[in-house]
Design a protein around this ligand. Structure first.
Ligand code: ASP
Ligand code: MG
Length: 418
């Protein structure tokens, strides 16, 4: 008998019929003798609806009160799901985040989990209950309701799995796993049977949106094997079949991992960034800080950064920011930074895309970067910026070539071949 935490996303609990299906799926696992903690999101669209209501009253809602409102979506689904289980004759009991308690810091709207009191859950599990816990929400030390940021119920589930030392965390969603790239762009994209946490983090950072990035960090840190799988299959497929379905996110040393040995695991892309260049700044200590310090102080995240080799005591610095921060970043640089550092000009481009290849195999294979650059060159795609990590190579290119670049890279690294 294993202890399993199962998370169901908004689509999976999007209607009464779907909630009944979730209950059937959970009941099936329970009947096989496993201990189950189930974490539902709010019904699809509900969190958006609640936030919109709040904004009708206050265009910039008070953060504490916004969490009071936003957290209600999950309170509905835990109750409904418990009822659906009871209707099937399965003992079940629901808990809100503050009832558990899932203790967080006080950063409303984006709180971080500090501790989980698992006493009540363990007691119920020992009695054979299915324990249904609200995702996305917690409570701070002063007793205020908090939420974990959009998509936060992934993190709730993984954190519960970590606290309970669960054998596996199942994330049921509307896709059937993690793919080598977005199948809407490359129909030949394949579902990965396994991927490492490191790769998954790089894929998420590079634009793949399967899981909330923080949940992956959490799962990696606490070594929670996490499986992404579809809730849209027949809820009564066998437990044995479902236990192998989807994509298992795991560790390099997991024996399951050996089965997949491709050098590259996936191609990710992101069209949400914009590029800013600061031209002809004096090439001396402190200049990167003089440019990026004020950007950081304004809470603008910087992603790819490139500084050129100096020439005649001058250099250029280029970096990317989220597109929604682009105008603010340029204004800040022109207003506050340019007068001090006396650069020649500040220019930018919003029509860029970031395309990345990710894979553990890169560490032991030379020539991967060269192969990537050759593939892009053969299509006449100009590379504007390059950044690398141990297991990722990212290029910034003109946005209109995104799909082409993803397609040719997917093919060049044979990701279409099982
Ligand atoms: N219901 C929350 C949201 O829509 C949390 C989640 O679905 O993970 O962001
Ligand atoms: Mg979600």
């Amino acid at each position: 008998m294993a202890l399993i935490v199962q998370k169901f996303g908004g689509t999976s609990v999007g209607s009464v019929e779907r909630i009944r299906n979730v209950a059937r799926r959970v009941a099936k696992w329970r009947a096989a003798g496993h201990g189950l903690v189930v974490v539902p999101s709010a019904m699809a669209g509900e969190t958006n609806r609640l936030i919109a209501l709040a904004k009708e009253i206050q265009p910039h809602p008070d953060p504490r009160e916004l969490d009071v409102v936003a957290a209600t979506g999950e309170q509905v689904t835990i109750g409904l799901l418990s009822m659906a289980l009871l209707e099937l004759g399965v003992k079940a009991k629901s808990y809100s985040g503050w009832q558990v308690k899932i203790v967080t810091n006080s950063a409303y709207n984006k709180a971080r989990i500090i501790a989980i009191d698992d006493a009540a859950i363990r007691r119920d599990l020992a009695e054979g209950q299915v324990v249904v816990v609200a995702g996305f929400q917690g409570v701070d030390e002063a007793g205020n309701v908090t939420t974990l940021g959009r998509g936060g119920s992934d993190t709730s589930a993984v954190a519960l799995a970590a606290a309970l030392k669960a054998d596996e965390c199942h994330i049921f969603t509307d896709v059937d796993g993690v793919y080598t790239t977005d199948p809407r762009i490359v129909p030949e994209a394949r579902r990965l049977r396994t991927i490492t946490f490191e790769e998954m983090l790089e894929m998420a950072g590079a634009g793949s949106k399967v899981l909330q990035i923080r949940s992956v960090e959490f799962a990696g840190k606490y070594r929670v094997p996490t499986r992404v799988l579809s809730s849209l299959t027949d809820p009564l497929i066998t437990v044995a079949e479902e236990a192998q379905a989807g994509t298992l996110i795991t560790f390099e040393d997991d024996p399951h991992m050996a089965m997949e040995k491709a050098v590259i695991s996936g191609v990710a892309f992101n069209r949400d960034e914009a590029k800013i260049t600061v031209h002809d700044v004096p090439d001396r200590p402190g200049i990167a800080y003089a440019i990026l310090g004020p950007i950081a102080d304004a809470n603008i995240d910087v992603d790819v950064i490139v500084q050129n080799v100096g020439h005649d005591g001058m250099t250029d610095m280029t970096f990317t920011v989220h597109r929604s921060d682009y105008a603010r970043a340029v204004k800040l640089l022109k207003g506050q930074v340019q007068p001090h550092i006396k650069c020649r000009d500040i220019t930018g481009d919003e029509r860029i895309a970031k395309v990345s290849i990710v894979g553990m195999g890169m560490r032991s294979h030379a020539g991967i970067a060269a192969q990537m650059f050759r593939t892009l060159a053969e299509e006449g795609i100009n590379i504007q910026m390059i950044s690398t990590s141990e297991i990722k190579i990212t290029v910034v290119i003109e946005e209109k070539y995104t799909e082409l670049a993803v397609r040719v890279l997917h093919k060049a690294f044979e990701l279409d071949q099982a």
